[in-house]
Design a protein around this ligand. Structure first.
Ligand code: IPD
Length: 306
């Protein structure tokens, strides 16, 4: 079984490399032109899809189907088209969960923080993660029980093993990151409000309550949930959270972060009936929170970040 996992890992990494080349080629085609890649709005004005998202997903899906015809597949663009939960990670057996282009808005704007994210899951749990950010030349890979790497040779977290715990005084001294998601409905206590509040609270800590600074070291928002998780796995970010992202945004990143010794937890009450997907069964909800472990109080620290 271990040899089989190693073989699937090799296959996933090669797929991420090939898909990364497709992303780069799509950017090169636009070189020297002033046009942004054409895109179509999905559920909101910021929920965008390009031809590249679709082409890369079709390539990954057909490659997986050719090699592992019995494995289930769930991908962002297949889901959007089918509009059915059947495309989410199944609770049993082998499956692949793919975001062909995480950070589509960045990609359209030629901002380099975008990547392809490929996860292999078994019984709903991410076992393998392969994330390629080709413009950044960063390839992140992880295999359950084996570790996590940058560019296949550098073990994560970077030069720190194991990942150091959050300081007792967290978020003082931390780099905090958060994504904005696509749900931009401006309703009281909605996703957007919670994010803005969380971000503003953290930003307020930049100056420290006494105005002397030095509390939160930095507040970041890369525009790719996958890369936020990868940067937590590197040990570069200390805390990340987002409400409302999907399995394909986080499945590979969760594998990476866990292998690097980080913690992924839910910030919602367990068994929240409003959040059904399979990863939620493992993590508690679709409101993901990633952070460095902080001894016994890690989960509580996470929840308080809310
Ligand atoms: C999105 C990005 C974004 C996050 C959204 C994701 P996409 O993925 O990761 O940062 O806030 O929740 O859906 O659409 O670029 O693949």
């Amino acid at each position: 079984e271990e040899t089989e996992l190693a073989e699937i890992h090799r296959f996933a990494v090669q797929l991420a490399k090939d898909a990364g080349q497709m992303l780069l080629a799509a950017v090169e085609l636009r070189a020297g032109k002033t046009v942004r890649e054409g895109h179509v709005e999905k559920e909101s004005a910021v929920d965008l899809v390009t031809q590249t998202d679709e082409d890369v997903e079709a390539f990954i899906r057909s490659s997986i189907q050719a090699k592992y015809p019995s494995h289930a597949f769930c991908g962002e663009e297949s889901y959007s088209k089918g509009g059915s939960k059947m495309y989410l990670i199944p609770p049993t057996g082998p499956a692949w969960c793919v975001d062909p282009l995480d950070g589509t808005v960045n990609f359209i704007h030629l901002c380099p923080f975008y990547c392809v994210s490929i996860a292999f899951t078994w019984n709903g749990e991410p076992m393998i993660g392969a994330i390629n950010a080709p413009f950044l030349r960063q390839l992140f890979t992880a295999c359950r029980g084996q570790g996590a790497w940058l560019n296949e040779t550098i073990s994560l977290p970077l030069d720190r093993s194991p990942i150091p715990p959050l300081p007792e005084s967290a978020p003082k001294g931390c780099i905090f990151s958060c994504e904005w998601g696509k749900d931009r409905r401006d309703v009281p206590n909605g996703n957007l409000h919670r994010k803005v509040n969380s971000f503003m609270n953290m930003a307020a800590e930049l100056g420290g309550r006494d105005g002397k600074g030095g509390h939160v070291h930095g507040v970041r928002s890369l525009g790719s949930a996958t890369l936020d998780l990868a940067y937590c796995a590197m040990g570069s970010f200390d805390i990340w959270w987002e409400g409302g992202c999907w399995e394909w945004d986080v499945a590979a990143g969760i594998c990476l972060l866990k292998e690097a010794g980080g913690l992924v937890t839910s910030a919602n009450p367990p068994n929240d009936p409003s959040t059904a997907p399979v990863l939620d069964a493992h993590l508690g909800s679709r409101l993901y929170l990633a952070l460095r472990p902080a001894g016994d109080s890690a989960t509580e620290t996470g929840r308080q970040t809310q």
